[in-house]
Ligand binder design. Structure first.
Ligand code: SF4
Length: 340
């Protein structure tokens, strides 16, 4: 059922305030909050750092499951991938850099005495209600939607990695278009090794920082060929050693490609919304701080879902600039909306 808050058309996602949303997304609104200015300042500081640290996260598609498609790999990974429905397998999030084993105890479990934000369950239910249409850009063309689910498990995992590399600082629509061109060209370790940088640049343009990403993709692909038999690493420690892969991107790769969840995937949407809702004990400055703060109280079984929920919510309602608070079911309990 489509959310009562949004309209879905054959052309994609349309909110009832589409023009306002699009203007906000494109930065065309007249108002500029201090928050937006701060975000803009930070963006310009360091491209490489940005690519590693501000990975755009998207949701996993339960129907595209490269890990589950490979019995050998699945047996090495999370057993939770087995015996669950496609809907149940819509797991999102990531893996802590401390590399807790999937399924093991996490800080999010033993927290009876821990702080937790008042009324968070109701707020979460409200967000689920607002997201039930599953009609946000991330739902339709997120990075994890872009791989070929008919390809071999190895190729699917490689395509997941590439799509997430492309998605950093890039809109889902642009990532999706670039992935289509890459797949038409041939998107496997072997084909990318044979592709020169100029051609690769033409294929992925205009994704954000495309020139840098061309270098990272080529370097990473060579490492995968030489050290991982053409596959991708199955742990965060090795993933973050690859050029252009930061911890947060590695978390999503683990989640989507290997179906292992042991941390919360926190991107700029999750970071912003967690702070607006007061889901962090003290306000946090970076997504990594937010990840740690959220994992301290949020039940572990929500770690994966929370990324998908909040990314789409941030794309449609809790926008970076001019959030649609008047349409939000949380407006009466949200500290940001109340100006607290
Ligand atoms: S009330 Fe406004 S700031 Fe708070 S969660 Fe809703 S849209 Fe975001």
């Amino acid at each position: 059922m489509t959310s009562p808050y949004f309209l879905e058309t054959g052309a994609g996602v349309v909110t009832r305030k589409r023009s306002k949303v699009l203007k906000a997304e494109l930065g065309l609104t007249g108002a500029r909050s201090s928050e937006a200015k701060e975000t803009s300042k930070r963006r310009g500081k360091d491209e490489d750092k940005t690519l590693s640290d501000q990975d755009r996260f998207s949701s996993a598609d339960a129907q595209k499951d490269p890990a589950a498609a490979d019995p050998a790999r699945r047996s090495q990974g999370s057993s939770s991938a087995e015996g669950t429905s496609a809907k149940d397998r819509r797991r999102r999030g990531g893996v802590r850099p401390e590399y807790e084993p999937a399924g093991g105890p996490g800080r999010g479990d033993a927290k009876k005495d821990r702080w937790e934000p008042a009324g968070w369950q109701k707020q979460l239910d409200n967000i689920r209600e607002m997201r039930k249409g599953k009609d946000a850009p991330v739902d339709l063309m997120g990075a994890e939607k872009c791989f070929d689910d008919q390809a071999s498990p190895k190729v699917m995992r490689y395509q997941v990695l590439i799509s997430l590399m492309l998605s950093s600082q890039t809109k889902d629509q642009v990532t999706s278009a670039a992935m289509t061109k890459l797949r038409d060209h041939g998107l496997s370790v072997e084909s990318i090794l044979k592709t020169d940088e100029g051609t690769l640049g033409e294929l992925i343009y205009p994704v954000g920082f495309y020139k840098t990403k061309v270098k990272y993709i080529k370097q990473t692909t060579e490492i995968l060929q030489n050290q991982y038999d053409g596959d991708i690493p199955d742990n965060v420690a090795d993933l973050i050693r690859l050029p252009g892969i930061g911890p947060k991107m590695a978390h999503l790769i683990m989640n989507i490609a290997w179906r292992k969840v042991s941390g919360i995937g926190v991107d700029t949407h999750v970071h912003r919304i967690a702070n607006r809702l007061g889901w962090v004990k003290k306000s946090t400055k970076t997504p990594e701080e937010t990840r740690v703060a959220l994992e301290d109280w949020l039940p572990r079984d929500l770690w994966s879902e929370i990324n998908w929920l909040l990314v789409g919510f941030g794309q449609q309602v809790c926008l970076p600039i001019n959030p649609l608070c008047s349409d939000c079911l949380n407006k009466d309990s949200c500290p940001y909306a109340k100006g607290v």
